[in-house]
Every structure is written in structure tokens, then in C-alpha cells.
Design a protein. Structure first.
Length: 128
């Protein structure tokens, strides 16, 4: 949804249970014109969506958020100051459908966002 629109992946390392990726935000994306005019910042919902998309891409499963235990916004991400971010995701499959996630986003080595929660496999309804 946001991949290749709002951001692109520059590098990605994936080992079992750990994904480390560097991304580049597209500073001319429409969202920055509205959030906020004259002082653009990356919306928190987009941060969570980026984590979900990267995880889905790497584990080949469609996911939906089940539980957000911790969501902390520690620093604003201002793409005009720095549009390069590091995203770290650790994950563990707890059951047939649940994945336990710890993730963070850094900008210029500063921790900006922390997430701890559960995603579950998205089960699509059968066509009738």
C-alpha cells in the first residue's frame, strides 16, 4: 500500500525472527502536504503500516493488527531533515495465526518509534 509510493527499500537483511531494513521516504508524497503543511512529519499510522508491509513481504503472509501492547512515538520523523530511516523488526510465530512483534524506527540514529504487539494472519472470506 505504501511501499514504492511513500517509501522504497534501500537494503534489507532477513534472518529467522529478525528483519533489518533501510528505507527512503519520498519527500514529495502527497501525505506530507497535508500532515502538516509547512512542517511535514511522518504520520504514526504510516509508521505502523510500513512495519506491517515489510513483515508481510518477508514472511509471505497477509496480516492484520490484533493487539498493540506498546506504541510509543519518541521523536518526530521530519522527512525534509532526514528521509532515510532504519526499521528493525523482531518476530516470533506464537501460534498457527499469531505473530508477536517488536519493532523500532530510527532516524539519524535517534529512536523515533517503538511498537510491541501481535499481528494475525488475515483470513480472506471464501467466494460464494
Amino acid at each position: 500500500m505504501l511501499l514504492n509510493s511513500l517509501y522504497t527499500i534501500i537494503s534489507l537483511e532477513h534472518s529467522p525472527g529478525l528483519i533489518i531494513t533501510d528505507i527512503e521516504l519520498k519527500i514529495n508524497h502527497e501525505i506530507f502536504k497535508a500532515h502538516f503543511p509547512g512542517q511535514p512529519i511522518l504520520p504514526g499510522a504510516c509508521m505502523l503500516q510500513m512495519i506491517k508491509e515489510i513483515l508481510q513481504k518477508e514472511i509471505f503472509v497477509s496480516l492484520q493488527l490484533k493487539k498493540a501492547g506498546v506504541i510509543k512515538f519518541l521523536e518526530m520523523i521530519t522527512p525534509m531533515e532526514n528521509n532515510l530511516l532504519e526499521i528493525n523488526i523482531t518476530y516470533q510465530q506464537e501460534s498457527a495465526i499469531n505473530f508477536r512483534i517488536n519493532a523500532s524506527i530510527k532516524s539519524l540514529e535517534k529512536l523515533c518509534f517503538k511498537f510491541n504487539g501481535t499481528f494475525e494472519k488475515r483470513i480472506l472470506p471464501e467466494n460464494k
